[in-house]
Design a protein around this ligand. Structure first.
Ligand code: 5GW
Ligand code: MN
Length: 373
């Protein structure tokens, strides 16, 4: 009896223990499944899930950062939206069957407009941009002797550049005391940013990317909506306004707008980060005029600066310095607007028919005198 009871007790005991063990197993199993589920969930988030923005291929929503879980309720994005409503306006109707120009390309295959005189209505654009109350930063490098170009550039900018808008002239220079006093219209400021100079001229032009990148983060993002970076050895000669503004824009180089790919002076050595194979590339862009929103210019200059530093470590310098890197960037980050050579012209190229305006012109320079010291 005792024995039986004991046996039964043992059997019973054994039975409960088995159940107990099974239950532990189930619990452990559940936890493992849960664990793997959650970790694999995380891994899945790394697989590229494309999110589409309604703005442009290069733009992201303010909240649309990578690797950050977005709040599911984003209705706050719809509150306090700026309404841009045009007044009654009288102008010639656009003609679907009569394009304003048929002598030049007006649109890229990725639907970025190419800005030519005669293709846009500045009045409409001004109504839109005025209501957005935009501020534009014009970035100018004036290192060493190049400060001599500053006066003419600023004076002509006051006449032709973003007339009626708030403009900050950001002047990077190693000679702040040589920045000329130019009379400015209301809402326009000169901001002198002192930087060191570099002895090699190649370094001066290459470092422009680094400086723009640093100051975009430090200052520009808090002060302006758009940035425009220009060469200093230029002058404004005709109207340059909000028709140029877009998330990311570049300018067709006056020497290559009619050229085939093969003759574009991209960097062709694979060892450089700026390398472009012969079967790629849309246009050859001039480094003398590019820009966009602060965010897009920040991204562009960051990437170009990093590529320039990799080249430096590898003991290679791209054939046209920062212009080569800019051109590489624009192949894989398509500009949302493209400026015709009206915006970087050099009268040494003559005055072709297609050029109805010469808005921004190269100032002839005595290379020997201006470039040494
Ligand atoms: C000096 C010697 C050779 C090349 C560039 C420089 C140089 C350029 C300089 O001493 N100081 C200076 O401020 N720069 C900046 O880089 C200017 O903003 C200039 O417009 C820009 C690009 O250099 P550029 O204009 O001489 O280049 P290209 O290709 O228009 O002749
Ligand atoms: Mn230049």
């Amino acid at each position: 009896m005792n024995k039986d009871q004991g046996k039964r007790g043992w059997v019973k005991d054994c039975f409960t223990r088995r159940i107990f063990r099974v239950m532990i197993c189930i619990v452990v199993l559940c936890f493992s499944i849960g664990y793997f589920w959650s970790t694999s969930n995380h891994t899945w988030q790394h697989t590229p899930v494309k999110t589409f923005s309604t703005m442009s291929p290069n733009t992201q929503d303010p909240d649309d950062f990578h690797n950050i879980n977005l709040p599911t309720n984003r209705t706050y994005l719809l509150e306090n939206l700026l309404e841009i409503e045009l007044p009654r306006m009288i102008y010639a109707k656009p003609q679907v069957l009569k394009p304003p120009r048929n002598d030049v390309l007006m649109m890229t295959p990725w639907f970025a407009p190419i800005v030519w005189e005669g293709t846009y209505n500045l009045e409409i654009l001004n109504e839109q941009f005025k209501q957005r109350n935009v501020t534009v930063g014009l970035i100018i490098f004036a290192i060493k002797k190049y400060v001599v170009f500053l006066k003419n550039l600023l004076e002509t900018a006051e006449t032709y550049f973003m007339v009626g808008y708030k403009v900050n002239y950001y002047i990077f220079t190693d000679r702040p005391q040589e920045v000329p006093k130019v009379e400015l219209k209301e809402g326009r400021n000169v901001v002198v940013l002192q930087i060191q100079n570099y002895s090699r001229w190649q370094e001066i032009v290459l470092r422009r990317m680094e400086m723009i990148h640093n100051f975009s983060q430090k200052q520009f993002i808090n002060e302006v909506d758009y940035l425009v970076s220009v060469d200093i050895d230029m002058r404004f000669n005709d109207q340059v306004g909000v028709e140029i503004l877009s998330d990311l824009f570049g300018t067709l180089h006056p020497g290559f707008y009619g050229s085939e790919r093969q003759s574009f002076t991209y960097e062709r050595r694979p060892a450089s980060q700026a390398y472009v194979p012969h079967d790629e590339g849309d246009f050859y862009y001039a480094a003398a005029f590019f820009g966009g929103t602060v965010k897009e210019v920040y991204k562009l200059t960051k990437k170009c600066h990093e590529a320039i530093m990799v080249d430096k470590d590898n003991g290679i310098e791209a054939i046209w310095q920062e212009e080569s890197h800019l051109n590489k960037y624009f192949i894989y980050h398509k500009p949302t607007k493209i400026l015709s050579p009206e915006y970087v012209w050099d009268d040494n190229m003559g005055k072709p028919q297609i050029l109805r305006k010469r808005r921004f012109l190269a100032v002839p320079k005595n290379h020997a005198a201006i470039r040494n010291k």
